[in-house]
Design a protein around this ligand. Structure first.
Ligand code: GDP
Length: 247
């Protein structure tokens, strides 16, 4: 397992999305720039409420999953630099859908992002929860093109029961190395250094069970507000979908 960022922090940051990146945030490396430029090509492809409605594809697909309010839309927006695209999943009628985005050259897409429904609203009725479980389990267990999962977890909360349940759906494929996993510990700007270290260590310890020789599991601190972890995450996703390093 790899812990990517030691990317930190400032206590009690002012709220709002407009804060400048930390002045000491490292500039993106040239590899990160290539990966980010690739992520920025994302465009909306289609939306589906059930697995059979998703188009079959030979392209590697990366799924974004997480509890509602974990910062999934903000992270996708940050990675792709396309506000409308990430928040498409929040438009009425689409919140329970899987939204697919295409990446790479327009004439030769080379990967897909799948934004899966956020989960964990306390108010959601039992029927809707069961449906969520079914859609997630189906997708994570059988979607053939699934190459990697990005799990967004609020760094102040760590894994919740529903995160663990979701990991359970995909852990056989993570364990045998056929699906890779990246956990982004979001809103890291809200933690001080010690809290950030503890958040990383806690999540790594829990993921230990899944970590076999074949597994490719990473954890990184992420802050859309301070733009930390964004280049790291882009690099990981680019690596998953371009294993030969082709550019
Ligand atoms: P989603 O439901 O998982 O898509 O979550 P959103 O992306 O809508 O984010 C939920 C809330 O967390 C919003 O109020 C965001 O402004 C806030 N948020 C998201 N990312 C960050 C971050 O990196 N730092 C801080 N401080 N707040 C964030």
């Amino acid at each position: 397992m790899t812990a990517l960022g030691g990317l930190m922090t400032q206590r009690n940051p002012p709220p709002g999305p407009t804060r400048a990146p930390r002045p000491d945030a490292p500039a993106p490396t040239s590899d990160e720039k290539i990966a980010l430029a690739w992520a920025h090509t994302a465009r909306f492809l289609t939306t589906a409420s059930e697995l059979p409605q998703l188009p079959p594809t030979e392209l590697p697909e990366i799924a974004f999953v997480g509890r509602s309010n974990a910062g999934k839309s903000t992270a996708i927006n940050m990675l792709t630099q396309q506000k409308r695209l990430a928040f498409a999943s929040k438009t009425p009628g689409r919140t329970q859908h899987i939204n697919l985005f295409e990446l790479g050259p327009k004439t030769g897409a080379d990967a897909l992002f799948a934004d899966l429904p956020g989960y964990g609203y306390a108010a959601v009725a039992r029927g809707a929860k069961l449906r969520w479980q079914q859609v997630m389990a189906d997708y994570l267990e059988v979607r053939r093109s699934l190459t990697g999962v990005v799990l967004l977890v609020d760094s102040r909360l760590g894994f919740t029961e529903l995160d663990r349940q979701l990991l359970g759906f995909v852990s056989p494929r993570v364990g045998n190395g056929s699906v890779k996993l990246l956990v982004l510990l979001t809103k890291a700007d809200k933690l001080n250094r010690k809290e950030a270290r503890e958040a990383l260590a806690g999540v790594q310890a829990e993921l230990g069970d899944m970590t076999t020789d074949e597994a490719d599991v990473g954890v990184t601190l992420f802050s859309a507000l301070e733009k930390t972890g964004v280049g790291d995450a882009a690099l990981v996703l680019y690596g998953w979908t371009h294993p030969g390093g082709s550019r």
